[in-house]
Write a protein that binds this ligand. Sequence first.
Ligand code: SAM
Length: 221
Amino acid sequence: VALLNPFILSHPLVRPLYGFLKECNDSPLTKEVLDCGAGGKNPPLALFYEQGYRVYGIDMTRQQIELAQKFCVEAHTNLPMIQGDVRHIPFKDESMSFVYSVNTLCHLSKRDTATAMKEIERVLKKSGLCFINFVSVDDCGFGRGKEVSTGEFLQEEEWYSGIVKEGHICSYYGDSEPDPYFELFKILRKEKRITELLIEKSHPEGGGWQMADICYTAKKL
Ligand SMILES: C[S@@+](CC[C@H](N)C(=O)[O-])C[C@H]1O[C@@H](n2cnc3c(N)ncnc32)[C@H](O)[C@@H]1O
């Protein structure tokens, strides 16, 4: 299927998302995928939609869902998305072949992330696949704001593109720290990605920072 809109090529998770898509394509399970934290102006679900998957999205923030709906109108795409919290996923047990969550669990405390991971495990079918990324302690955001618990900072700034939420949590992880979230999974791939952005002309600060995350692809046992 031809790409309707190659926006995905500029998404920061593009390569890992294509990797996950390949894992899903290779799986014998039904082609259905849930994105937790699916909203925003460049919804990665479009990638799966274009590949013929039945797609579902949840997002906690109405404005983010509206941005995704705007994208759908412009791209003549249909990405069903409902308001929902990854800590209480509004889907039945073992109802999804594939679940992913990108650049989203970093906005949860580590305790809430454990709850979210249990929910992702609950809605996945046996042998279903998940893809999750966590922000590393090597990211330039680590240490910014007030540390309220180990690696959890209250940061008073833009939450994500255009939406400001005062005093929100950002969680940062050591290289092995997220492993226990995958107790009921087999980890198929774990990748730490460090990008040093020297110049970013479209950003007000112009660049000069390091982004680092830890990506997991895992299969439910
Ligand atoms: C940085 S944006 C990433 C959006 C999208 N995943 C992407 O990669 O373009 C984080 C998203 O997570 C959503 N979010 C934050 N906490 C959430 C929660 N507890 N449950 C569901 N969505 C949540 C936000 O509303 C926001 O749309």
